[in-house]
Design a protein around this ligand. Structure first.
Ligand code: HEC
Length: 220
């Protein structure tokens, strides 16, 4: 669900940015006739894109597994400002507001998609739970569950199946403990590395991961 919504949101954001770039091009090159006729033609598509962009963004904001964060609100606010600037620039046939609008949209896009600063920065801030001395498989699972809730839930969800930001379904994870450990140490694409977890903590999380798959029924 979130994935479909995110795809729609990304698609609409790209189309909208493209539309603003094309219209701005005619303002910058001083081609007022072409601008005016294109602006009229694209008026409704533009309004629809604006509404869908802000609506899907708002829903994503509400559904974020890690709750509402300042970073999300800033991104949403910047998008809102970008939309207003574009509307003002087109209405007044001024290049500056539309260029600013493009820059803001590209920045928000870049921050959200390519570098994922927000998600990565939160990962490095999120804490472990101190040194773990797993004395039995049961306490290891308790530790693992706690670590999972601190570090992983916001993308993978309570049961491993949230699949937020293309995170795979962990209840189906079957690539083995060594792979999981490597992933936790190094990260992969938008999955951040969890360098602050020590070996025992990683083992505990992996044990909990295996329990999600139903191998260990306890603590589900
Ligand atoms: C910022 C979101 C995010 C967080 C937080 C996160 N993951 Fe992931 N995880 C992902 C994404 C995205 C992938 C897919 C990476 C890829 O293949 O490109 C992934 C992949 C995985 C995989 C491999 C699944 C497979 O089938 O290949 C495992 C295992 C995993 N994560 C475990 C964890 C654990 C354990 C934690 C907590 C310590 C965690 N993840 C935290 C986003 C996240």
């Amino acid at each position: 669900m979130e994935t479909g919504l995110l795809h729609t949101h990304t698609l609409v954001a790209s189309l909208y940015t493209l539309l603003i770039i094309v219209l701005s091009f005619f303002i910058i090159t001083g081609n007022q006739n072409a601008f005016t006729s294109l602006r009229l033609k694209l008026r409704w598509p533009r309004v629809v894109l604006e509404v869908v962009l802000l609506a899907t963004g708002g829903i994503l904001l509400n559904r974020a597994p890690d709750g509402l964060s300042v970073d999300y609100l800033i991104k949403y606010g910047l998008t809102l400002v970008a939309v207003v600037l574009a509307v003002v620039g087109f209405r007044r046939y001024q290049a500056l507001p539309t260029i600013l609008s493009i820059l803001l949209l590209v920045y928000v896009f870049y921050a959200s998609r390519l570098h994922d600063w927000r998600l990565r920065s939160v990962a490095s801030r999120s804490a472990g739970i101190g040194e773990l001395m797993a004395t039995s498989p049961e306490t290891q699972l308790v530790d693992g569950k706690q670590l999972y809730h601190i570090n992983c839930v916001r993308c993978h969800g309570e049961n491993g199946r949230a699949q937020y930001r293309k995170a795979p379904d962990l209840a189906r994870f079957a690539k083995g403990d060594a792979y999981a450990d490597h992933l936790l140490v190094n990260g992969l694409n938008s999955m951040p590395a969890f360098a602050h977890l020590n070996e025992n903590q990683r083992l505990a999380v992996i044990a909990y991961l295996n329990s999600l798959r139903g191998e260990v029924q306890a603590l589900r």
